[in-house]
Design a protein around this ligand. Structure first.
Ligand code: AMP
Ligand code: MG
Length: 344
């Protein structure tokens, strides 16, 4: 398939390119576009067949529902049922990187909801995303732009590498602001179904009540969370000690990469590749994480080690993504490393 690719950082008439992509959405096509969280792969949410193509292109399991993106509250009302109170909360949270679960309107196909009767909705703050939805005149169902299981695209280049030739259009606009996906919340129970770009403490302050984790047996409440996710092809593990300890553990091995804070990477004196994950703490690490994992696969090393500093481990959304990418495998000592290498 010939993909129309527009790099909005390089062209003068951005609206024309966005309007062209909006026309493609309206006519049942698939468009990859930037949001403030990660890039999305989108289709007209009122077109069941177009939405089904997203699952096919991504290799996404049919029970893993899509988030529907709207440009304003009037559009949200066409997607889900909301109370006055829901609306008041939405007006304080949106536009922004938080996704709210609502009872789905009948017009929303079960293809989008993965067969359940609720729908995930969000009004993004990214101007290109908002204009794309406005010009299309329909809500856009869009999961993260990545082949299922792999790190989400957080730059136009990632989007192009993943989807050139597979979708109708790609709007590129450099790197995204936050770097990980939205926070997903069920307002009726205050359950955080997925930690994400919107800070949970800030969310609680705005809503005025405490959030909670979903009950252990409610895996079906956030169907996407049960799948392996965000993982590169290269084996990757977590480590949370100092550089001396990691050097001792990795002594004698040289075909590996360390993904960590610049201060940590600078101290590594044994031979290894280094990918700087952050220079400025956890928010910077979130912004760079998926890019670092995508880079790891290009280094052709035997394995990667993500160094988790204290401020990173205090960030639930960041830790969630790292735990998934590493299948929660922590390197404690040489023996545990050799063990997992034997198994990977
Ligand atoms: P993605 O767009 O790829 O970031 O994934 C969408 C996320 O939203 C997944 O974790 C889904 O499980 C979650 N999600 C979408 N719709 C619903 C819903 N109706 N109820 C609960 N979680 C949902
Ligand atoms: Mg995803």
């Amino acid at each position: 398939m010939k993909t129309y690719i527009a790099d909005l950082q390089k062209i003068k008439n951005k609206s024309n390119a966005i309007k062209k992509a909006a026309g493609i959405i309206k006519n049942g096509g698939i468009v990859v576009f930037p949001t403030e969280t990660v890039y999305g792969i989108g289709a007209n949410a009122f077109n069941k067949d177009a939405c089904a193509r997203i699952f096919k292109i991504k290799g996404r399991k049919s029970d893993n529902p899509l988030i529907v993106h709207a440009s304003d509250i009037e559009m949200v009302k066409k997607i889900g049922v909301l109370s006055k109170k829901d609306q008041q909360i939405m007006e304080r949270l949106w536009p922004g990187p938080v996704t709210i679960i609502l009872k789905a309107m009948p017009v929303i196909s079960k293809v989008i909801t993965g067969g359940i009767d609720t729908v995930a909705v969000r009004i993004p703050s990214n101007k290109i995303a908002i204009n794309l939805i406005k010009y299309a005149g329909v809500p856009i169902a869009a999961p993260s732009a990545n082949p299922s299981g792999f790190p989400s695209a957080t730059s136009g280049d990632h989007a192009e590498e993943y989807f050139n030739g597979k979708v109708n259009a790609i709007l590129k606009n450099g790197r995204t602001k936050y770097g990980i996906e939205s926070t997903v919340i069920d307002l009726s129970t205050m359950e955080i179904l997925r930690p994400g770009s919107f800070n949970i403490k800030k969310l609680e302050r705005i809503i005025g009540s405490k959030s909670r984790s979903p009950k252990k047996n409610s895996a079906t409440k956030s169907p996407g969370m049960k799948y392996r996710h965000y993982a590169p092809k290269t084996a990757v593990f977590m480590f949370d000690g100092d550089s001396k300890k990691l050097q001792n553990i990795c002594d004698g091995l040289n075909n590996f990469a360390v993904i960590g804070p610049n201060t940590f990477c600078n101290k590594m004196q044994i031979q290894c590749k280094k990918i700087i994950l952050t220079r400025h703490g956890a928010d910077d690490a979130k912004r760079n994480l998926f890019d670092a994992l995508i880079k790891l696969d290009k280094l052709h090393v035997a394995f990667g080690i993500i160094v988790v500093s204290k401020d990173m481990s205090d960030d639930p959304a960041l830790i969630n993504r790292i735990e998934k990418a590493t299948s929660n495998i922590k390197i404690l000592d040489k023996e545990s490393l050799l063990n997992v290498l034997g198994n990977s």
